[in-house]
Design a protein around this ligand. Structure first.
Ligand code: UDP
Ligand code: MG
Length: 328
């Protein structure tokens, strides 16, 4: 196993040729002031400008800068995920390559982490982006995500965030889910804090996202909330719902049986009969779906050896270390 260092900075980067040199300078100043053992992992997400050449040059002169270069553009989430995989830091921090995050905030975030949090999220209290296309959708999204996932943050979209190693190593990312890491990680049981950070306008290059991101974020939110609430035991949800429907249907049919057998009335022309039959069939279907989903989950957990728990710390004679990532 590789030696663990103090800090890994993970930077997803796509076509940011003019930002690389100022990024290196600003980060180096901020990081060297901290006098800790750090590495910077830049993931070049299939850039087709001069980004990779410039990163190569930096790697040659500063061995702390690790570069991963994707074969094509896989997206920011994939970049972050690759960085997490490689990271050797006790704390893993993500930051944008375009210098919209302020490297001087790194110290604040680290100090907060040292108070014992698993995740510290930056919160851009004074955002420099346009209101209608950026801040308004983002505000709405933050409210919704906070409400639905139960992890209340003002700024899910801020890339400047720090994660405890165990969180970074265990969170499974795909699609565009990097914005949801604090919510996804809540499944593991995490202490989350947020602190105000500086937001700066982009100086070089252009944003890689348009308004279409808003829709993706909302769709992701539906997926994440489903994942969070129903993931482990889908049967509890489907089963409960199916049983309620099935019970109502059964009650209706029992009532109709009573009408037919005791009151001796004809029930063939009653809409209630249709409804009763429909509800019973639906109820059975939904419970069965729950069972199938449960089986899928079981396969998932067992085939991946995915633990159903996450340990924060162990106080065991001969091993009092903080949980290594192999434990989860
Ligand atoms: N990025 C990336 N892959 C992509 C899109 C963006 O690695 O497909 C990087 C980009 O270089 C930047 C960060 O992700 O470092 C945030 O992107 P951007 O600044 O365009 O987003 P915005 O700040 O406009 O929300
Ligand atoms: Mg940006």
């Amino acid at each position: 196993m590789t030696a663990i260092i103090d800090l890994s900075l993970v930077i997803p980067l796509y076509n940011e040729e003019d930002n690389i040199s100022p990024l290196y300078d600003e980060l180096s100043v901020a990081l060297n002031e901290l006098s800790l053992d750090y590495e910077v992992i830049v993931i070049d997400d299939g850039s087709d400008d001069a980004s990779l050449e410039r990163l190569r040059a930096i790697h040659d002169r500063d061995a702390r800068w690790q570069i991963i270069s994707f074969r094509r553009n896989f997206g920011q989430t994939a970049g972050i995920s690759a960085g997490f995989e490689l990271a050797r830091g006790k704390v893993v921090m993500t930051i944008d390559a375009d210098l919209q995050n302020d490297p001087r905030d790194i110290r604040k975030v680290l100090d907060k982490m040292a108070e014992g949090y698993d995740i510290v999220s930056g919160w851009r209290t004074d955002r420099k982006e346009p209101f209608f296309s950026r801040r308004l959708p983002s505000m709405t999204a933050n409210r919704l995500i906070s409400r639905i996932t139960g992890v209340s943050l003002h700024d899910y979209g801020c890339t400047l965030k720090a994660y405890d190693r165990a969180v970074a190593k265990n969170v499974k990312l795909y699609g565009e889910l990097h914005r949801f890491i604090p919510a996804l990680a809540s499944e593991m049981g995490v202490r989350v804090a947020e602190i105000p950070v500086n937001d700066r306008p982009r100086r070089h290059g252009s944003s890689k996202y348009g308004i279409s991101r808003t829709f993706k974020v909302f769709l992701d939110l539906i997926a994440v909330s489903f994942f969070l609430s129903y993931f482990n035991r889908p049967l509890y949800v489907f089963g409960g719902f199916g049983m309620v429907i099935g019970t109502i249907g059964t009650a209706l049919l029992l009532y109709l049986t009573f009408v037919k057998l005791v009151l001796l009335q004809n029930i063939g022309n009653r809409p209630l009969l249709m409804l009763g039959v429909l509800l019973v069939v639906l109820g059975v279907q939904i419970v069965t779906t729950g069972l199938v989903a449960d089986m899928v989950m079981r396969t998932y957990h067992e085939s991946q050896g995915k633990p159903i728990y996450h340990i924060r710390e162990q106080l065991i004679t001969g091993d009092t270390k903080k949980s290594p990532e192999s434990i989860g």
